[in-house]
Design a protein. Structure first.
Length: 195
């Protein structure tokens, strides 16, 4: 067995810490812009999602024609067509797409919050009270989004994207400063040489 640390290649990271800092600052700037105009961030996210559906649908439909005698080809073709149709509708009606995605997020948060609460109460693992607290906050967030719908569709997706960009940006900034200082703290990890 070979022992590696999680910071293998730390010297190269130390030399290029400035690039990580620039990346972090850029993400923080984008997150700040998205947070100040969540409506535009929501529309941009929905449009990107729509284009991804269209492109994925086209690829899936083309793949279906590559093996036309396979019984699953019809399913791939239908799935591809559905992706193109839903993606096109999302692109041409981004406000409606944002509304639908916001409802989906609200349902996800609401249900997953209660699932986390139930699992924590039933399993009673160490510090299970924190999981209950997290589940309550998540369920309340879902209920808030649902209660404010359809007006929440304007700000929810953009705000979530903004928060994600800000957190990722700060993570990269902190990583860059840690790399510059050369701080370690990585524990060795044993990696077996065989498969």
């Amino acid at each position: 067995m070979t022992t590696h640390t999680l910071h293998t290649g730390l010297e190269e990271i130390r030399r290029k810490w400035g690039w990580f800092l620039v990346l972090g600052i850029a993400l923080i700037a984008l997150g700040t812009v998205a947070l100040t105009v969540p409506y535009l961030a929501t529309l941009a996210s929905v449009m990107l999602f729509g284009w991804l559906l269209v492109i994925g649908g086209v690829f899936e439909a083309v793949a279906a024609f590559s093996a036309p005698k396979w019984i699953g080809a019809l399913l791939h073709l239908l799935s591809g067509i559905l992706g193109v149709v839903v993606g096109t509708l999302t692109i041409t009606h981004p406000a409606a797409g944002a509304g639908a995605l916001t409802l989906l997020l609200a349902a996800f948060f609401f249900i997953s919050g209660f699932v986390r609460i139930g699992a924590a109460v039933m399993l009673r693992f160490p510090a299970w009270g924190w999981a209950v607290f997290g589940g309550i906050v998540t369920a309340l967030l879902g209920a808030l989004i649902w209660a404010e719908w359809p007006s929440s569709a304007v700000w929810v997706i953009g705000t979530f994207v903004a928060i994600d960009l800000l957190l990722r940006g700060w993570t990269w900034v902190m990583f860059a400063f840690a790399a510059r200082r050369g701080s370690s703290g990585a524990r060795p990890v044993e990696v077996s040489g065989g498969l």
